[in-house]
Design a protein around this ligand. Structure first.
Ligand SMILES: NC(=O)c1ccc[n+]([C@@H]2O[C@H](COP(=O)([O-])OP(=O)(O)OC[C@H]3O[C@@H](n4cnc5c(N)ncnc54)[C@H](OP(=O)(O)O)[C@@H]3O)[C@@H](O)[C@H]2O)c1
Length: 279
């Protein structure tokens, strides 16, 4: 299963896994775009075992519905690629009243993963791969006192905060999964930056910025290389709780490997997603 498979890195990963012959479940928020993606991938790969899961990760209710729909199909799940992401230049709240980057990039994937966890464990050996970013460098702690960034919203800091959450979540998840045959790894895709749809909904400011940066950015194909490697490489079979960049294991910043913060984030995410109620 790949979240955010209708564009950028997720789309390239989906095509690549389809060519490898995998049965795929693609989570997309825009039904039309999702259907188009599925059709295209089937045509290009000749693999017709590709399915659309329609849902918007900015709504916790829709995350629950998507998980429920998948579980009802009674299929194994050997790989969950938590890839979908959003970058906003202004503070935006979701229907659940959470800051959108924290909600989509972290909370939705926290909930989705936990709702699918029994199925993933039953499918072991299995992998969970969380797309984080070196943007976690922009924010050196989780803003536990103001998770909505109501006091001070700063674009890069708030995006970096959501990506820091991805790495802390990955660390705690890997710890909880030890001995189950399921690994959890996080990664930074690409090098400096990748030409994708990320942030393009913000209008002319990000479009202009992207135009200026374009010559320095990698293609989505190059950007997807580390994701494909961490998802499929045989040599990573038993590797868990790690952070990758350029297809190599690297160290995340020390604040992204803080045990206390990762546990605290897990506990607050449980509350914000009402997880116990749904398990
Ligand atoms: N691009 C970079 O330079 C870069 C660098 C570091 C990390 N990353 C990370 O890489 C991941 C993939 O991003 P990308 O660069 O490939 O950007 P992208 O082309 O914008 O792809 C993001 C995907 O997430 C989906 N998505 C966004 N909000 C969603 C929501 N509420 N519900 C469901 N799906 C949603 C998008 O759907 P639509 O197709 O409908 O828009 C799209 O398919 C993200 O986690 C991002 O943070 C990117």
């Amino acid at each position: 299963m790949i979240t955010g498979a209708s564009s950028g890195i997720g789309r390239i990963c989906a095509s690549s896994f389809a060519r490898m012959g995998a049965e795929l479940w693609l989570l997309c928020r825009n039904r039309e775009k999702g259907e188009h993606t599925v059709e295209n991938i089937i045509q290009q790969s000749g693999n017709d075992n590709i399915h659309l899961l329609h849902g918007d990760l900015s709504s916790l209710n829709q995350v629950r519905n998507v998980a429920h729909t998948f579980l009802e199909h009674d299929r194994p799940l050997h790989l969950l690629l938590n890839n979908a992401g959003v970058f906003n230049i202004k503070q935006k709240l979701t229907v659940d009243n959470n800051e959108e980057m924290f909600a989509v990039n972290h909370l939705a994937h926290f909930l989705l993963t936990n709702l699918l966890l029994d199925r993933i464990k039953a499918s072991a050996p299995a992998r969970i791969v969380n797309i984080a970013s070196d943007a976690h460098w922009f924010c050196n702690s989780i803003n536990f006192n103001d998770l909505k960034f109501e006091k001070k919203f700063k674009t890069f800091k708030t995006y970096g905060h959501s990506k820091l959450a991805n790495i802390l979540f990955n660390q705690e998840l890997a710890k909880r999964l030890r001995g189950t045959g399921v690994t959890a790894n996080a990664l930074h895709p690409g090098g400096f930056g990748i030409k994708t749809g990320l942030g393009m909904q913000n209008g002319w400011v990000t479009n202009l910025f992207a135009m200026f940066m374009n010559p320095f950015l990698q293609t989505a194909e190059q950007g997807a290389e580390t994701s494909i490697y961490v998802c499929t490489s045989d040599e990573l079979g038993g590797v868990t709780g790690s952070y990758f960049k350029n297809c190599r294991k690297v160290a995340a910043k020390p604040w992204a490997t803080d045990d206390k913060a990762s546990l605290q984030l897990w506990q607050i995410s449980e509350k914000l997603t009402s997880l116990a109620w749904y398990l």
